[in-house]
Ligand binder design. Structure first.
Ligand SMILES: Cc1ncc(COP(=O)(O)O)c(C=O)c1O
Length: 378
């Protein structure tokens, strides 16, 4: 199908760019002997996960069990009976979900994080009751202050030791996510965050060793600091997610160029109420209300591309659910109702989560790309 014939708004995934992004991150990880385990949060597509695995990823991450269930079934179909899909959930699962975890364990190499002693004990008890064990990693807070144990806290090593001793759990290692990197103001700050994360984890691994606990795996991962993190010592695994598509925020954080951005929203001009205002059919239900982050403030809800090039005279200043209100900062534009533009959104992961189907684009042709794991919030 020709892309000009698609109903709009349409989410387009440029196959060549996505595959190039996958290749580059894989090469960067391979060069350091670090295993790559992409987070699927950005694409939520078993097809794209297949590309990542074919190119060397050792497994994938999902956030939720519902996503893991979709990917486990799809990856099993893809590989036939050859090995179990390897899925890690860097998310603090609630033990009320034990039945679903046990069902997945039958045909999936599943692991997840724990960061609370009571929750860890409840998981262990559930696994013992089921006569099995599950692989876990202790989540370490490296500065994002979301989940994770405080690595500097007096109880950190004791907590890890406690998890290692639980009969229903197999301690695989430590896991961190430097989400604070999204708030960095400069390259230098990003580099320092990457160095700080690595140093924190190396120190904790050393303290564990002194206490008699061997840590085999040290997993980190986020797209903004990846270029610096993959220069550090001590990680065995890296889990970037957004790098597959990138977005305006990653460009503003120096992790990508606009030409690397594989996901765009194709939108149509549906009205031109004034010479300096046009309306596109891609509102917050497509672009989302996420603002851009980056080293310097970037107003609006994405970068409008015309013929592949950014048009900085067009500012998406407001979104309603179905309308994008675009201010023409030069006072006039030749764009008229019916014309098509493409938009690099501020945050591609959330855009993927809003549609059941995107379009995989090669040049001017498009084929459907189901987003099979979208909306799986439990
Ligand atoms: C725990 C965890 N690991 C890895 C990632 C991947 O980060 P990014 O999308 O920046 O690559 C995320 C993203 O939210 C995450 O929450």
């Amino acid at each position: 199908m020709n892309i000009d014939g698609l109903a709009t708004p349409a989410i387009l995934i440029d196959r060549a760019r996505a595959q190039r992004n996958i290749d580059r991150m894989q090469a960067a990880a391979d060069a350091r002997g670090v295993r790559l385990r992409p987070h699927t949060k950005t694409h939520k597509s078993p097809i794209v996960a297949g590309w990542q695995i074919e190119r060397g990823a050792i497994g994938i991450c999902c956030a939720k069990l519902g996503e893991a269930e979709v990917f486990a079934a799809a990856l099993r179909r893809r590989s036939g009976q050859a090995g179990k899909p390897d899925i890690r959930l860097p998310y603090p699962l609630n033990p009320a979900n034990a039945d679903r975890v046990i069902a997945l364990l039958a045909h999936t190499a599943l692991s997840f994080i724990v960061d609370h002693p009571v929750v860890a004990r409840q998981w262990s008890e559930a696994m013992v009751r089921a006569g099995t064990q599950v692989d876990v990693l202790v989540k370490v807070d490296v500065g994002f202050h979301r989940c994770g144990i405080d690595p500097a806290g007096a109880g950190a090593v004791d907590m890890i030791k406690g998890v290692a001793a639980l009969p229903g759990l197999r301690l695989r290692g430590l896991l961190a996510h430097a989400g604070q990197a999204y708030h960095a103001h400069s390259e230098d700050e990003l580099r320092q965050m990457a160095e700080g994360e690595a140093a924190t984890l190396r120190d904790l691994v050393a303290r564990c060793r002194t206490a008699g606990i061997t840590i085999d795996e040290v997993s980190a991962g986020a797209t903004p600091p990846a270029r610096f993190s993959l220069q550090q010592d001590g990680f065995t695994e890296y889990r970037p997610g957004n790098y597959v598509y990138f977005d305006r925020t990653q460009v503003a954080l120096g992790a990508a160029t606009l030409d690397d951005c594989a996901l765009t929203v194709m939108a149509r001009v549906v009205s031109k109420p004034a010479a300096d205002r046009i309306i596109l059919d891609s509102g917050s239900k497509t672009l989302t209300n996420d603002g851009a982050r980056g080293f310097s403030p970037a107003p609006g809800y994405g970068v409008i591309l015309r013929d592949g090039h950014p048009d900085h005279t067009l500012l998406i200043e407001r979104l309603s659910e179905e309308h994008a209100t675009v201010k023409v900062t030069t006072g006039s534009t030749e764009l008229e109702p019916g014309d098509l533009v493409r938009i690099v959104p501020n945050h591609s992961c959330v855009v993927s989560n809003l549609v059941d189907q995107a379009w995989l684009v090669d040049g001017n042709t498009a084929e459907p790309l189901p987003i099979a794991a979208r909306g799986r919030i439990t």
